[in-house]
Design a protein around this ligand. Structure first.
Ligand SMILES: [Zn+2]
Ligand SMILES: [Zn+2]
Ligand SMILES: [Zn+2]
Length: 490
């Protein structure tokens, strides 16, 4: 039996604009001296509230599926579940999600943080915002302070959850660190009663995000980025999305190219030749459709492999002529390496990179007449570390009737730009880690890099007369700290 309403201390005006359900419940816990488990027992849906064991997933604050909307409304004066749904919808529902489905689960986790991120100044007032959980924002929109995710004293992290294992009591870390500066009962009630107008004023980019036009929203739907992109590593992600949404082109550090509108109708000489060969007038008019399709796929695969090799050759040449310009003799030394002696980090990164993206059996084969290992499968060959390209291929293959009849010009246009960015980033990763691999004396075949993916946004749709767009951002690379053991020889 649930206790009558007036047992609880609560006032609807304690809930501030954009406040997250997390801090609303923390306030409720303080004011009523209850624990997370009490909240589930009191406000849970029937299937959950009486369970003997309440699991961590029952404390979820994104979907809030364990909580009974009506019971909450009766006490809090507001339906927190619906309010949360509406707030999150405004924030993330417009972002691209189709290409995340089946690849990242749940798709929301691409945009929402699972750990609690917070602004120290906000927490002092017992306030936490859903904006703090939004991965495209890295600073508090109200104080412009960098958001943090661990205790300044003990370094503990907290889950964004109704249950706070790492909190001793609301707003107090298990190490004793007090986040909320209001601790006397009378004072915190007073403070929460204040209107606190600053929570209504949003910075311009966030305001723009919440008030996008229909045209901007429709552009967002057509965007593609690597599903595994970690927005935590890209400090300007919200502005980046806005830039693409507005097709703005005068932002420093932003690069942008677009194809011609007719790209999807361009047919190469090869495609025309093939179409004729298998047409009614051609040599193979009596073959059945299955074999013709298979033949078309074989040709497509070959063409894409040639294209892939061309892109690698181009990026390799670029790297050799820029970052490696001073290390030509180091490359020579490494290719003839007999297991002893110093190794240049730049040469190592280049050779290791080429070996992994192109599947060479041994590093001495790179740029040395060696033949890469080929996959013997009816799929496209991509760098073995670029799994996302297989996902992209699957999605694209599922969208159209016959991949062999789709526009190769358009596919190559997009694929080549994606490959360029990926290959450069992958080289960067090797370069950053070359020193440690050398000192450990290993050349891993498929190393796990923490941040492997570049940030880019492609814009495309199925419309036959629409151009393709590709946007990417300058990545500040710093290589200076890498010493070359042969630098005195030059
Ligand atoms: Zn703040
Ligand atoms: Zn602590
Ligand atoms: Zn060198």
């Amino acid at each position: 039996m649930s206790p009558p309403k007036d047992v609880y201390t609560w006032r609807a005006n304690w809930i501030k604009p954009y406040e997250s359900p997390w801090s609303i419940f923390e306030k409720f816990k303080i004011a009523n001296e209850v624990l997370d488990l009490d909240i589930i027992r009191k406000f849970g849906i029937d299937e959950v509230k009486n369970l003997r064991v309440i699991r961590p997933s029952h404390y979820d604050l994104v979907k809030m599926f364990s909580l009974n909307e009506q019971l909450i409304k009766d006490v809090f004066g507001i339906d927190l579940v619906q309010r949360n749904r509406k707030n999150l919808d405004e924030l993330i529902r417009l972002l691209p999600q189709d290409h995340l489905l089946g690849v990242v689960s749940p798709w929301e986790s691409v945009y929402l943080r699972e750990k609690l991120y917070f602004c120290v100044q906000c927490l002092e007032q017992g306030y936490h915002s859903i904006f703090h959980q939004f991965k495209l924002l890295h600073h508090c929109p109200f104080h412009n302070k960098k958001l943090i995710q661990c205790c300044p004293e003990c370094g503990s992290e907290y889950d964004y959850s109704l249950s706070n294992k790492m909190f001793d009591s609301p707003f107090i870390c298990s190490c004793g660190h007090e986040y909320c500066q209001i601790n006397q009962d009378q004072l915190f009630y007073d403070s929460w009663n204040q209107p606190q107008e600053h929570y209504n004023t949003l910075p311009p980019e966030l305001l723009q995000w919440l008030t996008l036009t229909n045209h901007q929203k429709s552009r967002l739907k057509k965007m593609y980025f690597i599903p595994q992109t970690d927005f935590e590593k890209h400090p300007n992600s919200l502005i980046n999305f806005l830039t693409v949404t507005n097709k703005a082109n005068n932002i420093p550090g932003h690069n942008f190219v677009e194809s011609s509108k007719s790209i999807k109708t361009i047919r190469s000489f090869e495609e025309k030749k093939f179409a004729f060969k298998y047409s009614k007038k051609g040599d193979f008019s009596n073959l059945n459709e299955f074999y013709i399709k298979k033949a078309r796929f074989d040709i497509l695969q070959k063409e894409f492999y040639q294209n892939y090799k061309r892109i690698i050759a181009g990026v390799s040449k670029h790297i050799r002529q820029t970052i490696l310009a001073e290390h030509k003799s180091c490359l020579y030394e490494l290719k003839n390496f007999k297991g002893r002696g110093p190794i240049c980090s730049y040469a190592y990164a280049y050779i290791a990179w080429r070996r992994t993206i192109q599947n060479f059996d041994h590093f001495s084969l790179v740029d040395n007449m060696g033949r890469p290992k080929r996959l013997n499968k009816p799929i496209f060959e991509f760098p073995s570390s670029a799994y996302f390209l297989y996902d992209l291929y699957d999605q694209w293959n599922n969208q159209i009737d016959d991949i062999t009849l789709s526009s190769r010009a358009a596919t190559k246009w997009l694929l080549n730009r994606i490959l360029d960015q990926f290959l450069l980033k992958w080289f960067d990763n090797w370069l950053q880690h070359s020193k440690e691999f050398i000192s450990e004396g290993i050349m891993p075949a498929v190393p796990q890099f923490e941040d492997k993916y570049p940030l880019f946004i492609a814009v495309f749709s199925n419309e036959s007369n629409e151009e393709l767009e590709f946007h990417w951002w300058d990545d500040k690379r710093e290589y200076n700290e890498l010493a070359c053991p042969f630098s005195n020889n030059k």
